[in-house]
Design a protein around this ligand. Structure first.
Ligand SMILES: *[C@@H]1O[C@H](CO)[C@@H](O)[C@H](O)[C@H]1NC(C)=O
Ligand SMILES: *[C@@H]1O[C@H](CO)[C@@H](O)[C@H](O)[C@H]1NC(C)=O
Ligand SMILES: *[C@@H]1O[C@H](CO)[C@@H](O)[C@H](O)[C@H]1NC(C)=O
Length: 346
């Protein structure tokens, strides 16, 4: 076919397991980011398994200048959030063409320091309840959060600052409802905050169209909502990033390739928003400390740290492989690639 003509729509129902294309493990690469003077950087890890999998310059962000019909055709072979399978060119292309080219690298070393970018990534897991990790979290150069990032009333355990907030259209809207009873009123909106969107489906492109134009959502599940309101006045196009499908697929293929991708429900199987956030940090920072991520002793804690007064159970849904994520965080911790907050060492 002509490279500038969109290919016919590929259907998920044509496959009873995740299809494997011969370009499956090939990703766009960008120029190496930053000057990388940090000696302790995780990029300098000597772990052979990690070295083999890790692509420090994998393309992380989608924008109008790195997207065209040829890219659309390539990425149409992968299901969402890894690509555009089953989506309509005319629903997605005009929106991607609105995304400004963002500033890279995502984060700069703090002035006057040693050139290292030190990050904390704060998940929502129950292990943080009663942890008193707040001050330690806030002491990092940058603090990443995602989903229902409840802070007010939980500062002693989870800290106060948010430098990077990672979300989907679903998570930024649904978290307000799910965590309302814990006093969650809005997504973090610290002055100068960076917002990162995981484009998990068509609804995220409908959302993005509204966010960028400053208009109401014109179609789909969030029709009529004013998406910008969800950012509490901190939306700023120079601080808004959209993760690239290649980055998401690379994280899945190289680090979290669940055996469930070979099952009939393969199209819903993907890493959690927390996992994507941790990998964003592993590519944007030199050192990464992870708090509130699933650990071996997860049964001792509630599902969410916000559940201070309710001992809930961690529920394993079919779309996420939490056992695999748990084992990966432990592996990366044991290899000194990140520091995982654990309360009892097994
Ligand atoms: C959106 O707003 C229009 C005009 O006010 C209204 O007719 C329509 O029912 C609304 N749709 C939804 C889904 O709320
Ligand atoms: C957007 O953010 C940039 C970088 O933080 C800042 O220089 C600029 O003034 C902001 N623009 C608006 C309209 O707030
Ligand atoms: C949360 O932490 C507090 C203080 O350590 C403790 O008393 C409480 O039982 C914990 N809640 C749950 C649900 O584990």
């Amino acid at each position: 076919p002509h490279p500038e003509t969109p290919i016919p729509v590929i259907k998920k129902s044509s496959f009873n397991k995740s299809p494997q294309w011969n370009f499956e493990d090939i990703y766009n690469l960008d120029a190496l980011r930053g000057s990388r003077v940090c000696v302790q950087s995780l990029r300098n890890s000597k772990d052979k398994t990690f070295q083999k999998a890790f692509l420090p310059n994998v393309r992380m962000f989608l924008h109008k200048e790195n997207f065209n019909t040829r890219e659309w055709n390539r990425l149409s072979h992968f299901n969402n959030p890894f690509g555009f399978m089953e989506m309509d060119y005319n629903d997605v292309m005009p929106v991607v063409k609105l995304i400004p080219k963002p500033k890279e690298p995502l984060l700069d070393p703090k002035p006057g320091g040693d050139g290292c970018v030190r990050c904390a990534v704060v998940g929502t897991a129950g292990i943080l309840n009663g942890s008193k990790m707040g001050a330690e979290i806030d002491a990092h150069d940058y603090v990443f959060r995602m989903n229902g990032a409840v802070i007010k009333g939980y500062e002693e355990d989870v800290g106060t600052r948010t430098s990077v907030y990672v979300h989907t259209a679903h998570s930024i809207t649904a978290s307000l409802i799910l965590f309302k009873k814990y006093g969650y009123k809005s997504a973090p909106h610290d002055e100068g905050i960076i917002y990162v969107l995981i484009p998990e489906g068509l609804r995220d492109f409908q959302w993005l169209n509204s966010v960028i134009k400053g208009e109401k959502v014109s179609s789909g599940q969030y029709k009529n909502r004013t998406a910008r309101n969800y950012y509490s006045g901190q939306y700023n196009e120079s601080r808004f990033y959209v993760l690239h499908q290649d980055f998401l697929r690379y994280v899945r293929n190289r680090f979290l390739k669940s055996p469930n991708l070979n099952k009939r429900f393969w199209p819903i199987v993907r890493p959690t928003n927390g996992a994507f956030t941790l990998f964003l940090a592993l590519h944007a920072c030199d050192t990464v400390s992870a708090y509130g991520f699933i650990t071996d002793d997860y049964k001792k804690y509630s599902n969410y740290y916000a559940e201070k007064h309710l001992k809930s159970r961690v529920i394993f849904f079919a779309n996420h492989d939490l056992v695999q994520e748990k084992n990966l965080w432990k592996y990366l911790h044991d290899k000194n690639i990140l520091k995982l907050y654990q309360r009892s060492v097994s």
